[in-house]
Design a binder for this molecule. Structure first.
Ligand SMILES: [Zn+2]
Ligand SMILES: [Zn+2]
Length: 436
């Protein structure tokens, strides 16, 4: 390849581009990202890649999952690598370009299980595939350990120090925090704190000042109600306290704080209806939602019905607020290759990621926003650090175009996975590029 004449090279590039354009016209009816500044477009043809013994269709679109977890033993050095391996394999298999990982909202007794320091090590190794939110192992336990009336200046000061340290360490937001978290099985904690807890308000202020979002897990309780009969008490309380008014106080406390109400579509009180979400989105311009496609206690409030079709009221909701939704799968990637999730029907090892099932049912313009575009600005995730890495088994050429004028408008990567991985992305040094 290196010995080719310039003319032959550009001929080859032209043929590749043409082939991909044709492939694109046929197979990419959906949401290929549009080249708006300062985006980098990585075009992936519809190809097959080999992963282990399976041949898997390479997805023809881009998805960034904004909410997932790694399950590992923080005491064991190698286990985080294994959890990451599981995540990368499954991201490749299910066509997720990038995942925002975060610690789950740990209760006070598990404070500092792991948080930004441990997760930041992972993003340093794979900056294109992961970004980190943190607070679940540090700030969230602090909120749940401190009653609102017990918050002192000293506590606020140390909370702020930790929060600012998280951002300095490269996190793109605070998560996962919780104001109402049900215990769904043994060992799964019940956690509750008012959404307008002084430390949540302080977190909103810090998030606004640093231009990062907060990921908040909170069951919807518009009025005091009995615990759903499917849940055990204890550890859950028999009666649930209304939390929507306090949530609205948090939202209106600082309009520059972007708050992602996690797990839209995964309703465990029967109250997180489309109508409720619509009202809140209308009243609060800084409210966003991440959609989780898993079976909750109240499947009637899922975006997909029992036949797998999208509910029209969900399309209307997203159409009314197209910039406010992202995907947040809430997948847990484990050390032994296991992935804990469930499809809308409760299946635990799906052939297809439920995210894709959902996105395919959305009108393409909305799917593109939800899957990818909204994430870029809500989380300030830069595409220039998010090249699509090629699997070691991939044999086909990739053509990538860059919006940035300092780089070639088209570059061609030869069928050498190592070289391709290095060459994709706008941070390639000019002298390296010349080798092409
Ligand atoms: Zn959650
Ligand atoms: Zn979660």
């Amino acid at each position: 390849m290196f010995l080719m004449s310039m003319q032959s090279k550009w001929k080859l590039i032209a043929v590749l581009v043409l082939t991909l354009v044709i492939l694109g016209a046929v197979g990419w009816q959906q949401f290929v990202p549009q080249p708006t500044q300062p985006k980098t477009i990585t075009i992936t043809p519809v190809v097959t890649t080999i992963s282990g013994s399976q041949t898997i269709a390479q997805p023809d679109r881009i998805v960034i999952d904004t909410h997932a977890h790694l399950q590992w033993d923080p005491g064991s050095e190698s286990s985080s690598d294994l959890a990451v391996k599981t995540a990368l394999e499954n991201m490749e298999r299910f066509g997720i370009q990038k995942t925002l990982i975060m610690p789950p909202p740990f209760p006070a007794r598990f404070a500092e299980t792991y948080d930004h320091k441990e997760l930041a090590e992972i993003t340093k190794k794979y900056p294109g595939r992961f970004a980190v939110l943190a607070a679940g192992g540090s700030l969230n336990p602090m909120i749940h350990l401190t009653r609102p009336e017990e918050v002192t200046l000293d506590i606020k000061r140390s909370f702020q120090e930790i929060a600012e340290g998280i951002i300095r360490n490269g996190a793109v937001g605070f998560g996962e925090t919780t104001a109402e978290h049900f215990s769904l099985h043994a060992g799964h904690p019940y956690l509750s704190a008012p959404p307008d807890h002084p430390l949540f308000l302080l977190l909103a202020e810090i998030a606004a000042n640093n231009n990062v979002p907060i990921d908040l897990h909170m069951e919807a309780i518009p009025q005091d109600m009995l615990l759903p009969k499917e849940l055990d008490s204890p550890p859950n309380p028999k009666t649930l306290r209304e939390n929507m008014a306090a949530f609205e106080r948090l939202l209106s406390y600082n309009r520059n704080a972007r708050i992602i109400w996690a797990h839209a579509g995964w309703d465990n009180t029967g109250c997180r209806t489309v109508a409720l979400m619509q009202q809140l989105l209308q009243r609060h311009p800084n409210l966003y939602m991440s959609i989780k496609i898993q079976k909750p206690l109240f499947p009637e409030n899922m975006p997909l019905n029992e036949k797998g079709d999208i509910r029209p009221q969900w399309v209307d909701l997203i159409r009314s607020y197209p910039d406010r939704f992202v995907i947040g799968s809430d997948t847990f990637y484990g050390v032994a290759g296991e992935v804990t999730w469930r499809t809308p029907t409760g299946e635990t090892s799906p052939k297809e990621n439920p995210i894709w099932v959902f996105l395919r049912k959305l009108p393409p313009d909305l799917a593109q926003k939800v899957a990818y575009e909204n994430v870029l600005w809500i989380y300030n995730v830069k595409t220039d650090s998010a090249p699509w890495q090629i699997s070691s088994g991939s044999l086909l050429d990739i053509v990538c175009t860059f919006a940035d004028n300092t780089y070639p408008s088209v570059c061609c990567c030869v069928p050498n996975p190592d070289r391709c991985t290095r060459q994709i992305g706008p941070r390639v040094e000019p002298k390296e590029r010349k080798r092409f």
